[in-house]
Ligand binder design. Sequence first.
Ligand SMILES: [Zn+2]
Length: 463
Amino acid sequence: MAKPMTASQFVAALKKEGVKVSERYSGWRTHNRNHKGAWGNVNGVVIHHTAGRNSVSLCYNGTSALPGPLCHTHLAKDGTATMMSAGRANHAGSFPANAFNAMLNEAKTHPRPAGPETVDANARTYGIEIENLGNGRDVYPSKQYDAAVRWAAAICRFHGWTANSVIGHKEGTTRKIDPKGPVQGKGDFDMHDFRRDVQARLDGKPTTPKPDPKPEPKPGTITPKSRESAATVKAQAERALKDWPFIPAVEKKHGLPAGLLLAVGSRETNLVNKVGDGGHGHGVWQQDDRWWKVPAGFDKDVQAQAEKAAKLLADNIKAVGLPAGVAAYNAGLTGVKNALAAGKSADSATTGGDYAADVLGRMAYADDVKPTRVLEWQKVEGYMPELRYGDENWHVDFLQRMLNRFISPNLKVDGKYGQSTADAVHKFYREQLDYTTTTKGRVFSAGGWRRVLSVAETQDGKN
Ligand SMILES: [Zn+2]
């Protein structure tokens, strides 16, 4: 039992699944047969062909014998999905219980419909009319077929159904033969294949048609730009390292790039231990007591402050990479994730719109060694360092988690780049980037990170 999607939910789900939606009928949202029969508990999806050409208005208006809407969506040859209804529609008629229950229960097999047609399928199913003559010769272009798969997957995804909630009209009743006809590059429209394609989409592995090769999206690039002069930042860093010499060790312990804690402290307080931000920011790194209970003695314990800040930075970077993880120190992970999801720079969510750029700029100044290191990192887009066999740090830990997610090698997550990690990296390059490494997976570099980060971002956005 499921409550039907509202018109807005319907459109949003289709667009999210990549369907090209047309709302050319402005009244479609309230165009339905709800006044003639039940609607309110939906259980499945029915696929039809129109058996005609230029059938959009016929599907919307119907005939005097069979008033419209005749489906929820009409699908043109070019894959355009025109919305017809978000309520009861005259598309399916009645089904016998065996066919309906197989759909309702998401049975693995869909039996030949048999027995009296006792179930009002118009009350319980969504329907799509795919434009096709249905004469067995008219071809469904792959673009149209793919859009139909996406359409069905969008509904299943919304309701949490599997592809076994999708049937052809011909599987619901012996009165019908639809959908019928050859699918470009596939042979006759086969509902088993169709369900397999829908399920592949639901599982996140779309197989039809093969997606166009697209350049990998780059993780947000932020150009380091310090608000302070090099001399000022260096003077602050020198003083801080004299007073608190443990800072580099804390950075190292948490796998942070050298100078990052100094740079964040410089941005927050000019590397001065104080209570600021209206009494809410505690210590050199201004831990906010509205989000976290400050323990006794914390305001005087700069090492504890450094540990706390380093842990938060490392967690942020683990979650969204660099430099976005630095921006999240200021704007919070959610703020940064939202900015990235909206296609904006991670810094757009931060105070002054330049937090990470400023911090990375200061990091380059923080001492004489660091400018070279930052330059090295900049070669690797997204600031993820090249990893090599024998490395042991949180980047390797992160990589191992990602490898488990991508290619399921059941890799032990221990932060050590050993033989099993190398084997998994080699497999990853071959499977995900179609590339055979010359190092047998003993180096993981920018191309691999781009792939990992682009998908990691996408998947995290779903939480
Ligand atoms: Zn039909």
